[in-house]
Design a protein around this ligand. Structure first.
Ligand code: NAD
Ligand code: GLY
Length: 368
């Protein structure tokens, strides 16, 4: 067993015939035997972007050298998660005359993963795809669970499909090139998992946040594994978000309003989620579900991690309007994910309108 193999942790997401493994470890991308074992299709289209390609594309191609390889390098950024860019991927697949025996590899962060996954769901009514997530956010969240999408000018992730990958290969080593701001944004999603489902993990994060932010491989491996375990458990119960899975959107409803109001990419997704989690915690506290102590613990860990805890003043009505396009709106009522204490999320549409308005005012009011 070589060094890379020794470090690998494997877990699986149990979805019957759509089950797949998640591998986490240092140096996975250099391990040709391992990649060969998990990436089964002979023809592969690698979808990546202009930032990740110079760092990792050649390395990946070198270890997959006995496959028939194609590539498309897309522009970088959240604004490229669009129908127009998706069409470029589909055009590349058609231009190469690829059939259903083709696999797509998403090599990049959540933007590439969501878009390549959606292309895989659409192309010839569905081809296999493999996630090689290269940001912390994508390793702990977006590469797992099969949500694929592109944005629409009217809202985030409005066009998409549930479509599971064949496997997820998370190489911790690639996080060494990730900018600090992106690492922190990914850490917001890590904190989310503690808040919604695992109080002991949250307490561990309070003690180990700086180890993760200084890229300690052992701490990162533990945190990524725990997040993937928690996500696998939730998705295994509720793959298509008919109930429980909505807890994974804790902070996202408020956060999506921020991203949309400012223009995608101005705030990073994880930053918007951080400020959104504070607003969801604020509302939980107003309703008596969350103690002031637990609210302060939430503010503290995000602040110490260099994440925003105050939303931008986009205006109460603008925020309300943007949140009304959320996918959790049912019969005109917005369901919110709140906290009943740290480690225990609650999904509810039963809350006084004035409490919601108070939280919106606290978060989004324009200063007079
Ligand atoms: P991203 O994909 O834009 O990546 C962030 C930046 O890091 C980009 O500039 C990227 O090019 C760069 N990058 C990627 N890997 C790198 C590396 N190893 N070294 C250096 N630079 C690197 O953003 P993200 O935070 O990974 O993902 C955000 C997206 O994920 C959003 O669109 C969000 O909606 C989506 N998301 C989806 C799910 C889901 O379940 N599908 C869950 C959470 C978030
Ligand atoms: N990130 C939310 C979900 O996967 O459901």
């Amino acid at each position: 067993m070589n060094k890379a193999q020794q470090a690998i942790e494997t877990l699986s997401i149990n979805l019957g015939e759509r089950s797949y493994p998640i591998l986490i470890g240092v140096g996975l991308l250099s391990d040709g035997r391992l990649l060969e074992q998990y990436i089964k299709t002979r023809k592969v289209m690698i979808v990546t972007n202009s930032v990740v390609a110079p760092l990792y594309l050649q390395k990946l191609k070198a270890v997959l050298s006995n496959k028939q390889l194609y590539e498309i390098i897309l522009p970088d950024g959240e604004h490229t998660k669009s129908m127009a860019t998706l069409n470029l991927v589909l055009d590349a697949l058609v231009a190469a005359r690829l059939n259903r025996d083709t696999g797509i590899i998403a090599l990049g962060g959540g933007v590439i993963g969501d878009m390549a996954g959606f292309a895989a769901a659409c192309y010839q009514r569905g081809v296999d795809y493999y996630q090689i997530p290269t940001t912390l956010l994508s390793q702990v969240d977006s590469s797992v669970g099969g949500k694929t999408a592109v944005n629409h000018p009217g809202g985030k992730n409005l066009i998409g499909a549930f479509y599971q990958p064949r496997c997820v290969l998370a190489d911790i080593e690639v996080l060494n090139t990730l900018p600090d701001r992106e690492l922190r944004a990914g850490f917001a999603e890590v904190i989310k998992y503690g808040l919604i489902r695992d109080a002991a993990f949250f307490a561990w994060l309070e003690q180990n946040a700086q180890r993760i932010l200084s890229r300690d491989a052992q701490a990162l491996t533990y945190a990524i594994r725990r997040c993937c375990e928690l996500k696998a458990e939730v998705v295994g119960i509720d793959e298509r978000e008919n109930g429980l899975r909505a807890i994974l959107n804790f902070g996202h409803t408020f956060g999506h309003a921020i991203e949309n109001a400012l223009g995608y990419g101005e705030w990073l997704h994880g930053e918007a989620v951080a400020a959104g989690m504070i607003l969801a915690a604020d509302m939980s506290m107003r309703l008596g579900y969350l103690s002031a102590t637990d609210y302060q613990r939430t503010v503290k860990i995000l602040t110490l991690s260099g994440l925003p805890v105050k939303a931008p003043p986009i205006g109460v009505e603008k925020a309300r309007d943007l949140m009304s396009m959320d996918k959790k709106v049912h019969a005109g009522q917005l369901r919110l994910v709140l906290l009943q204490g740290i480690g225990n999320a609650l999904i509810t549409d039963q809350y006084p309108a004035e409490t919601f308005t108070a939280t919106l005012q606290h978060g989004f009011a324009k200063s007079s």
